[in-house]
Design a binder for this molecule. Structure first.
Ligand SMILES: Nc1ncnc2c1ncn2[C@@H]1O[C@H](COP(=O)(O)OP(=O)(O)O)[C@@H](O)[C@H]1O
Length: 459
């Protein structure tokens, strides 16, 4: 029980606890940053970019047919075939392809040739009738400046990718050209989107009330349904009332707005990262960093003789060695610290005391609770700004999915921070990046060709 946690550890962890007052201050700043991102004059200097997606129509359940999807920018590169039918019928075949390291950091044309090759292999293997062009949705989870549903310029590479000749280029054009070079498949690229939009779309297909999509996985980001009149940079169909805005809120705080709540561990994480000074909100939240924050706290406290009688292992001193899944394991312990002992043993800490276990668990709780509360603050900003009386929030990502209390923590805190007349619920969006891409393609086909809503058929 938490009574076993040493008083001094509680004292040391205090900077990790955020009061509602602190969260409210943060919300005001986030709200201002989002408004800056939306407005034409302030967008260029805004930290939160609020990219307009050009996705204006949510699925309405009448989408039918088979659609291809590409998913690049998560943990894996995947090609998918998705079939939508009557009564929420959904079927998906997918294949994971490797993107070798030399391609991840090589020439852009080689990356897109590789993607087109995987696509062609997949189409052949699945015997798809390719007499008419196959509709495809492309989930491309990197910051993208879109000027249309099928036109978007890469702002910068992230997550280990760095191919030449792609930044500031239209990614859809690069994909189409690579497909053309092969001459063996006919593909109609119907839309490009990121994983948050995919998450929103895939939830909306089941639940039309979905108006926010959020990811807590390797990174953290959110998108929401905004009024067209508020998205000043939107240059599409202004007769339609709404458009999805991809906030890219992970960059919140890069101008110093989070400095009051960042701890010494957060500063160290940032300094030691591949992108110092960037994505500071994300670095306090997502799976790529949460375990490392816990590890830094453990090392710091052990060095002060407050844990393990001051003894540390090489493993525990190794950057990145404490994965975020350990946080879930430790907090999922039912009794007797069985999982905690297992994790600590795997980390090379032998014979920790039960007080050590209680303390390590307490550190994990502080870090994961803070993460959930920061996401909640962001969601409350969006809910209050939209001011819709009832909203479903689609959530994806391994942190939300596997952490034992993340959902509960998020619901609780979001409720406290949201106007009292707004009702919301949160649901897991399974495989938003795959399904969502197909749904964007399906909706585009549905709207453009009302007489031909069937996509294409398999032999
Ligand atoms: N059981 C778990 N509990 C919490 N976080 C996890 C767990 N398993 C994996 N993660 C974290 O989730 C991140 C991967 O997120 P995921 O949603 O699977 O993929 P991506 O965001 O790349 O599409 C990694 O940073 C990993 O540390």
């Amino acid at each position: 029980s938490s009574s076993a946690v040493r008083v001094t550890i509680k004292e040391d962890c205090k900077p990790l606890l955020l009061s509602n007052e602190q969260l409210t201050t943060l919300m005001n700043d986030m709200d201002a940053a989002i408004r800056n991102g939306l407005a034409k004059d302030t967008n260029p200097s805004s930290i939160v970019k609020c990219y307009v997606t050009y996705v204006q129509d949510l699925p309405n359940g009448t989408e039918r047919g088979k659609f291809l999807a590409l998913d690049l920018g998560g943990t894996n590169f995947r090609v998918l075939l998705i079939e939508l039918g009557e009564n929420n019928y959904f079927h998906m075949d997918s294949e994971i392809f490797k993107v070798p390291a030399h391609i991840q950091t090589g020439k852009g044309t080689e990356l897109f040739d590789h993607i087109a090759k995987c696509l062609a292999e997949f189409v052949k293997k699945h015997n798809l009738d390719n007499k008419k062009a196959l509709p495809l949705g492309f989930t491309f989870s990197f910051p993208l400046r879109q000027v249309g549903l099928t036109k978007g310029y890469l702002n910068s590479w992230t997550k280990g990718f760095n191919c030449s000749g792609v930044v500031d280029e239209d990614v859809v054009r690069l994909l189409k050209e690579a497909i053309k070079r092969r001459k063996d498949v006919e593909i109609d690229v119907c839309g490009i989107l990121n994983d948050t939009t995919g998450t929103l779309m895939s939830c909306a297909w089941k639940n039309p009330n979905t108006k926010i999509g959020v990811i807590v996985g390797t990174g953290c980001n959110a998108c929401y349904v905004e009024k067209v009149e508020n998205a000043e940079l939107f240059d599409g169909d202004k007769t339609k009332p709404y458009v999805i805005v991809n906030t890219e809120w992970g960059a919140f705080g890069d101008d110093g707005k989070l400095d009051a709540v960042r701890t010494k561990y957060d500063r160290q994480i940032d300094e030691d990262s591949l992108n110092p000074g960037q994505q500071r909100f994300e670095k306090m939240i997502s799976g790529m960093y949460m375990g490392e924050i816990v590890r830094l706290a453990i090392v710091d406290l052990a060095n002060q003789n407050k844990l393990f009688e001051g003894r540390l292992s090489e493993q525990m001193k190794t950057k990145g060695a404490f994965g975020t899944s350990y946080v879930s394991d430790i907090e999922g312990d039912k009794a007797n610290y069985k999982e905690t002992l297992k994790v600590l043993n795997e980390m090379g800490i032998n014979d920790p005391s039960l007080v050590d276990c209680a303390n390590v668990r307490y550190i994990c709780e502080c870090v994961s609770r803070r993460s959930a509360h920061l996401v909640s603050a962001g969601l409350a900003v969006l809910l209050n700004k939209m001011d819709e009386k009832s909203v479903t929030i689609g959530v994806d990502g391994s942190v939300y999915r596997f952490h034992p209390y993340f959902h509960k923590l998020m619901v609780e805190k979001t409720k406290q921070l949201t106007k009292s007349d707004i009702k919301f619920d949160m649901m897991l969006s399974e495989d938003g990046s795959g399904r969502g891409a197909a749904l964007v393609a399906a909706v585009a086909v549905r709207d453009e060709l009302p007489s031909m809503t069937n996509g294409f058929s398999a032999k």
